[in-house]
Design a protein around this ligand. Structure first.
Ligand SMILES: C[S@@+](CC[C@H](N)C(=O)[O-])C[C@H]1O[C@@H](n2cnc3c(N)ncnc32)[C@H](O)[C@@H]1O
Length: 214
C-alpha cells in the first residue's frame, strides 16, 4: 500500500487535477488509493477499467499510468446504469444526447483531453460482456465499477477476472459490508473473489477494495 502523499508525488499533476475536478462517483481518498494500487501492479500492464462514466476514476488511474508507461483501457456503453436513467436518483440532465438518451461519452472525451491522457487511455464504447468476450490480452490491473445490478456485477466479475494475470490486482468499487450503506452486488463479487481462494486482500479504503491474484 502506497501512502497518499507518496502516491500524489508519482502521479501526473495535470491528470490528477483533472480527476479531482471531473464529474463522477469517486471520492478523492478512494481515487488516490486506486491510483496507488495501480502503481504497484506488475509491469507492463495493460490496465482495464469497467465503468468510465465521465472519466473521473479513469483520470486517477491515467495519472498513474503515465509514469508507468502503461496503457489504460476503459470500457463503457455510455448509456448509463439504471440509477442514471431519467427520473432516477443519479440522473444528470446535462448528460443526454439529442434523442434524450443518457450519453456520457462527450464527458469522458473532455476529461481525457483536459487531463492530457488521450495517448495513455483507450476508450472502448460498448457493453462490457461483449468487449470481454473478444478480449485476449492478460491484464495486470482490473477495476470493476460498471453497472451495479446483480446480473451486471456478477457478469463483469465472471467475464473479466479470468483475464487478470497471476499477481495482477483486482479493484472493486462500492463494496459495502453493511447493507445499510449500499447495494449488495459489489460486496458479493468481493466475497466470491476471496472465497475462490484465488485472491488475497491488499487494501480497503472507503468502499474500494483491492485484491491480488495469487
Ligand atoms: C458508477 S458509473 C462509473 C463511475 C466512474 N468509475 C467514476 O469514477 O465516476 C457506472 C458506469 O457503468 C456503465 N455501465 C453500466 N452497465 C454497463 C454495461 N453492461 N456495459 C458497459 N458499461 C456499463 C454506465 O454507463 C456507467 O457510466
Amino acid at each position: 500500500v502506497v501512502r497518499p502523499a507518496a502516491v500524489i508525488a508519482r502521479l501526473d499533476a495535470r491528470a490528477l487535477a483533472t480527476a479531482r475536478a471531473a464529474r463522477g462517483f469517486m471520492p478523492d481518498e478512494e481515487g488516490l488509493a486506486l491510483a496507488g494500487a495501480a502503481l504497484t501492479a506488475p509491469r507492463p500492464g495493460p490496465w482495464l477499467e469497467v465503468g468510465s462514466y465521465c472519466g473521473r476514476s479513469t483520470a486517477y488511474l491515467g495519472a498513474a499510468a503515465v509514469g508507468c508507461g502503461t496503457t489504460l483501457v476503459t470500457v463503457d456503453h455510455h448509456r448509463g446504469s439504471e440509477e442514471n436513467q431519467p427520473g432516477e436518483q443519479y440522473h444528470d440532465t446535462d448528460l443526454v444526447d439529442d434523442a434524450g438518451r443518457v450519453d456520457t461519452l462527450p464527458g469522458l472525451r473532455r476529461t481525457l483531453r483536459d487531463a492530457g491522457l488521450e495517448r495513455t487511455v483507450v476508450a472502448i464504447v460498448g457493453p462490457s460482456p461483449t468487449v470481454a468476450a473478444i478480449w485476449a490480452t492478460p491484464l495486470s490491473f482490473l477495476f470493476l465499477d460498471g453497472g451495479h445490478s446483480p446480473a451486471v456485477q456478477h457478469g463483469d466479475f465472471d467475464s473479466w477476472s479470468p483475464h487478470l494475470r497471476r499477481g495482477g490486482l483486482l479493484a472493486i468499487h462500492d463494496v459495502f459490508p453493511d447493507p445499510r450503506d449500499g447495494g449488495r452486488p459489489p460486496y458479493e463479487i468481493y466475497l466470491r473473489a476471496l472465497d475462490s481462494g484465488d485472491f488475497g486482500e491488499v487494501s480497503a479504503t472507503g468502499s474500494l477494495r483491492v485484491l491480488r491474484r495469487r
